[in-house]
Design a protein around this ligand. Sequence first.
Ligand code: NAD
Ligand code: WQD
Length: 352
Amino acid sequence: MSRNTNILLTGGTGYIGSHTALALTSRGYNVVLLDNLANSSAEVVDAVRTISGRDCTFIEGDIRDGSLLKDVLRKHQIGSVIHFAGLKSVSDSIEDPISYYSTNVVGTLELLAAMASEGISKLVFSSSATVYGVPAYLPIDEAHPTSPVNPYGRSKLHCEEILRDVAAAGDWSIVCLRYFNPAGAHESALLGERPTSRPNNLLPVISEVALGQSATLQVYGNDYDTPDGTGVRDFIHVMDLAEGHEAALRFAETSRGFETFNLGTGQGYSVLEMVQAYEQESGRSIARAFSPRRPGDVASCYADTSKASQVLNWQAARSLHQMCASSWANVSAEAGAHVEVSDSPLSKIVDQ
Ligand code: NAD
Ligand code: WQD
């Protein structure tokens, strides 16, 4: 029997889902994107089609709509699912935990039920390094204890626990990918991070300052026990992350049971190192001010990536500078004429 290359990407118009759609189409997979557009726009589908030169199917719908999921799985003869759909803001999850548990946990249960009903057993799940909580040691390997410190993180850990139980009870292959800090954009500059809600991750905020859409980057804390006092994170280029999903899909095709993998680079960079790299790649100066530490932040967090390297035969290849350069190429292209050359003495952007 031929390999089934029809893949459903829930949350497929989101940041990581859309970049993964590109990585998969370039490797011959057929992708179906399902999303309710809570934090993305349908324009992303056109960008994926344009860049890949291939068609892809988009279905607007909610991950908690079990009958829709069954219809999509059947109609498109789906072989495997990558489950990105979810809510991801730590601060929102503290304010509105019901929405987070509903979308993330109930959504995952509905998907599992639909897959079971349609006889589909291969699933790659978007988990997060946030399930580890405060690092007990560094780098963090997959055996590190899980102890998330906010409702978002707990919703991801609940999903992982459910997935582990489901895999143990039947003939499933379930791969949980614990992402560290995704950053950057597709090298075409036509696709990047386009949240419809206000961003609070570091790189989108830096890019807003670079574009002049925001005055100052607030650097949360300069008194951490790190080389320059600012937080250290394992930033991973979104296209490396996207390619990690293809490696996970290949693994799921030949394995059974439940596995977790860290997807990171294994290298930590500080907030200030990221700012400096962005300044160099954008030619813009990034105004910043030091603020108090953000509640819930840790000093340093970076991955031990040896399991993904050995078992998935995958490792990140792109640099911090490539993350910054691709982000800037994307956001400045989208801002178009709104980017003023005279904004900064460092500016090297030419308006069209
Ligand atoms: P994103 O917000 O860009 O993408 C998530 C997509 O899910 C969005 O397009 C959104 O519209 C969709 N969605 C939300 N609720 C839905 C619902 N009820 N039904 C259908 N679609 C729904 O976020 P992302 O950065 O691409 O993250 C993808 C996944 O990876 C998420 O599960 C997130 O928790 C996880 N993750 C993200 C990061 C990160 O820093 N970006 C890190 C670790 C894990
Ligand atoms: C990185 C560093 C901030 C913004 C979060 C989630 C995690 C995962 C990835 C989904 C920290 C500093 C940031 C700003 C700053 N998401 N910072 N000024 O907190 O490591 O991880 O996103 O699973 O669950 O918690 O990422 O990009 O928000 O912050 O100084 O305006 O940048 O303090 O040191 P974080 P981040």
